[in-house]
Structures are given as structure tokens and as C-alpha cells.
Design a protein around this ligand. Structure first.
Ligand code: TRP
Length: 454
């Protein structure tokens, strides 16, 4: 029986859903702490270069495969390259988003907890001298972060069960613009704090002596993570995109809005980091250590405005996290329902259960399990580095090799230019083809090799 596949309803819906997947904790939480850990402006420059030269071509590769096959990642390989080893790529890209989902959901849980704290006026009511330990107190309490993680994951599962159009599409269209406005407000406030100028300087004055092989790998990993690439998330979404959609425009639109959000988030957080005397290299807790400071300080001036901004802010961070997390879960759900004939409910529950258990270990690695070290990293950091710096680029590499070397040029061109009807895409195709075949694969391999050897 051939099931009718759902489609996104309009161009705006496609961009919003893809941008919704791309824009998330990767921008607001991960980007600022990576910048802090890897030395500021120099990292940002590398990140921008990686985004457009190495990672945007992968976006095109995934959308071309997804829309041409109209399948989940595994089915896509089966359809476009039947009977070949490419099916393993299909499988790899189903496993990695579920691992990412598990630790992503822990951080999603933090935003649930912070929303709760905002609703109960915790940020404004805590005396300023106690605000520093805010995050530390929360994270070392074993149960609370786990409960928060559970709540977050349950929300993700709920949206996935509602389906593509009513769930994903409706949700993202309303919330993304609100998030943008709020980040701008916080940025203005943060930059105006006393002592903020050091943070601004940190973001705009590059110190190239800080660049090493691991910085480049981290910048590339961040670019993959932030654009949701290398695991078939964008591929899966593209399989719901109509044939008259413009792949080039959606790609550039998504990449530019994603970048804009990351930079804005950097400017909203880093000045406040310096103003609060927090070290920029504080790691995954950075943003969550800084935000209480911002809202507390704002609250001294005008408590109710601060409380209101805090509430709105965490609602939208939560939403941004949800729109990304659903895109991770959808990859596995599409696979299990289409290839294994599972019901959507069963598939969703199976993935949720897995992510829940692994997520608990990640959550505990900030508290009771902080002594456990995997190759010198906590469980959380290990999984994040494994995925971002290795699995995503590896998946991305294979996707571009597939499009550039396995598919025929004519097919790729047909898909990229909508059968030659899009003039700009036709003109740019030579360049894109070159990026896909040579620049992206060579670049990714070069980063891998230097990272391994140096
Ligand atoms: N890009 C999202 C963010 O920035 C996270 C994300 C969604 C993701 N889907 C993904 C990351 C797939 C890696 C792979 O928050």
C-alpha cells in the first residue's frame, strides 16, 4: 500500500521549518560557549568560512537527495542507489540524530526549568550576591534536571505525534519571529551593561594565535550542528518539500538566518558574561550561568519588566529548542514508520525511550557522574564532540560524495534547477557542482586529518 506522504504547505512554511530546525540551542546555547572556549572573534571567522564553503554545499546535497527520493534517509539510499553499500549511510544518519536528541533534550530541560524559575520570579527575587551559584545549585541537584529533561522530551514526542503540518509547520511559523525580537531586546540590554565593552571587543577583535587544529574542527562541527546537517534532518524535511520549491533560496535563506541568530546570541550573551565576571570558557553551562545575572540585574531597575522579558525569553528558547528537537526525532520516526512498518506512535515511543535513558546519563554527568571520564571528557561532552566533530561531518562528507560522484550530473542539475526553470540556479550550477564534488569533500577530509594528526 502506498501511503500519501505529507507536504509542507507553502514556501514560507518550508523556510520556517528548516530555519526552525537550524535555529535552536545550537545558536543560543552552543555557539556562545564555543566562542568562549575557542578564543572569540577568530573562532567566529572560521565558523563563518566553514558555514558557507564546507557546510552550505551539504545543505544542497541533502535537499537534493531528500526531494528527489521523497523518502527517509534509509529509503533514499535504497531508491537512488539500490543494492549498494550506501544503505549504511542511511543507517548512520538515523543513529546520530537520536544520540544528539538525548543530550539536546537535557539542555532543553534546562530551559524548561528556567522558564519555571522565571514564572515564579526566582531571578528577580534572588539577592544579587547569590545569583552566581544559580546554575550550579540547579545542576548538582540530581533529580530536578532529570525531571526537566523528561518534560522536554515528552513535549517533543507530543508534537511529533501531531504530524508534519499541524505540528511542525504551525508551531515554527508563529514562534521564530518572536524569538528574533526578544534576542534583539536582550542584546541591546546586554551591550549597555557596565563592563560590557570587554565582551564586545572579545567578539570583534580576532586573536589568530588562538587558532589550532582543534579550533578548526570545532568551528566546522559548530557549523554542521547549527545547520542541522550531516544526519539527514534536512534530507528528511526536504522529502516533504514540493517540487516547485527553490532549493538554492531555501538553503541560503536558512544559512543566513541561522548565522544571524548565532551572532546576535553571541552579542546578547558575551557582553553580559564579562559584565558578570564569568569566565568565557566556562563550557556548556555558560549561557545558563549568565542569564540569571542579566535578569537579576534588569530586575533591580524594573522588576516586572525583567520578569516579563525573562518569561518571554525562556518560552521562546524553549520553542526554538523544540522546533530543533522535533527535526531530530522526525528522522528516526520517518525511518521506522516507512521502512519498518511501525505505527507513528510506537516509533515515537521507541525513540523517546532511548533518548530518555541516554539523556539521564548526560544529565548526571554534570552532578553525581561528573567523575566519569571518556577520553578526558564528561559523558555529555564526549557525546557532543563525537557527534558534532566526527559523525556529522562524516555524514555530510558521504552525502556530498553521493550527490557529487554517485548521482548523475544531469539528475542533480535537474533537481537543483527544477528542470531548468530557475534561471539563477542554472547560472550558479557550475559553481555548486564544483563545491559539491571537490571543495566540500576535500575541505572536510582536510579538517579530519589535521585534527587527527596535530
Ligand atoms: N541545529 C539545531 C540547533 O542549532 C540542532 C539540530 C537539529 C541538529 N537537528 C539536528 C544538530 C541534526 C545536528 C543534527 O539547535
Amino acid at each position: 500500500m502506498i501511503k500519501q506522504r505529507e507536504n509542507f504547505g507553502s514556501r514560507a512554511a518550508v523556510i520556517m521549518a528548516m530555519a526552525g530546525s537550524a535555529i535552536g540551542l545550537g545558536n543560543i546555547w552552543r555557539f556562545p560557549y564555543m566562542v568562549g572556549e575557542y578564543g572569540g572573534a577568530a573562532f567566529i571567522i572560521l565558523y563563518i568560512l566553514c558555514s558557507f564553503i564546507l557546510v552550505l554545499p551539504i545543505f544542497f546535497a541533502e535537499t537534493i537527495i531528500g526531494r528527489r527520493s521523497r523518502s527517509n534517509t534509509f529509503g533514499a539510499m535504497r531508491k537512488l542507489a539500490p543494492g549498494t553499500a550506501w544503505k549504511w549511510l542511511g543507517l548512520l544518519t538515523i543513529v546520530s540524530p537520536i544520540i544528539i536528541l538525548s543530550y539536546y533534550s537535557v539542555v532543553g530541560g534546562w530551559s524548561v526549568e528556567y522558564l519555571f524559575k522565571a514564572l515564579t520570579f526566582d531571578f528577580t527575587d534572588t539577592p544579587p550576591d547569590q545569583i552566581q551559584g544559580f546554575f550550579g545549585r540547579f545542576i548538582s541537584a540530581t533529580w530536578r534536571p532529570i525531571v526537566a529533561h523528561t518534560v522536554f522530551l515528552a513535549m517533543v514526542a507530543g508534537i511529533i505525534l501531531a504530524g508534519v503540518k499541524k505540528g511542525i509547520e504551525k508551531f515554527t511559523k508563529i514562534t521564530m519571529p518572536i524569538l528574533f525580537v526578544l534576542v534583539v531586546i536582550i542584546t541591546i540590554y546586554s551591550v549597555s551593561l557596565p563592563g560590557a565593552s570587554k565582551g564586545v571587543e572579545y567578539l570583534v577583535k580576532p586573536d589568530f594565535s588562538k587558532i589550532s587544529a582543534s579550533t578548526v574542527a570545532a568551528a566546522m562541527g559548530q557549523a554542521f550542528f547549527s545547520l542541522s546537517l550531516g544526519v539527514g534532518t534536512i534530507l528528511t524535511y526536504a522529502s516533504y518539500v514540493r517540487k516547485d520549491e527553490n532549493i538554492l533560496a531555501s538553503g541560503v535563506g536558512t544559512a543566513v538566518s541561522d548565522l544571524l541568530f548565532a551572532i546576535l546570541a553571541g552579542f546578547s550573551i558575551m557582553p553580559a558574561v564579562f559584565a558578570a565576571g564569568i569566565t568565557p570558557g566556562a563550557g556548556p553551562g555558560l549561557v545558563f550561568e549568565t542569564l540569571p545575572f542579566i535578569f537579576n540585574k534588569m530586575g533591580v531597575a524594573i522588576p516586572w519588566i525583567s520578569a516579563l522579558v525573562a518569561i518571554l525569553f525562556f518560552v521562546t528558547i524553549l520553542v526554538a529548542a523544540l522546533t530543533s528537537a522535533i527535526s531530530m526525532m522526525e528522522v528516526g520516526v520517518a525511518y521506522l514508520t516507512e521502512e519498518k512498518g511501525m505505527k507513528r506512535l510506537t516509533a515515537t515511543l521507541a525513540i523517546t525511550a532511548f533518548a530518555w535513558v541516554v539523556g539521564i546519563l548526560c544529565s548526571l554527568s554534570f552532578g553525581p557522574l561528573s567523575g566519569v571520564s571518556l577520553l578526558g571528557n564528561s559523558i555529555f561532552d564526549f557525546l557532543d564532540k563525537l557527534c558534532s566533530n566526527w559523525l556529522l561531518p562524516a555524514g555530510g562528507l558521504l552525502f556530498t560524495l553521493f550527490v557529487g560522484w554517485k548521482m548523475s550530473r544531469a539528475d542533480v542539475k535537474d533537481e537543483f534547477t527544477n528542470g531548468g526553470t530557475l534561471k539563477a540556479n542554472t547560472r550558479l550550477f557550475g559553481l555548486i557542482w564544483f563545491l559539491l564534488r571537490f571543495v566540500a569533500p576535500v575541505g572536510i577530509v582536510a579538517v579530519f586529518v589535521t585534527n587527527l594528526l596535530l
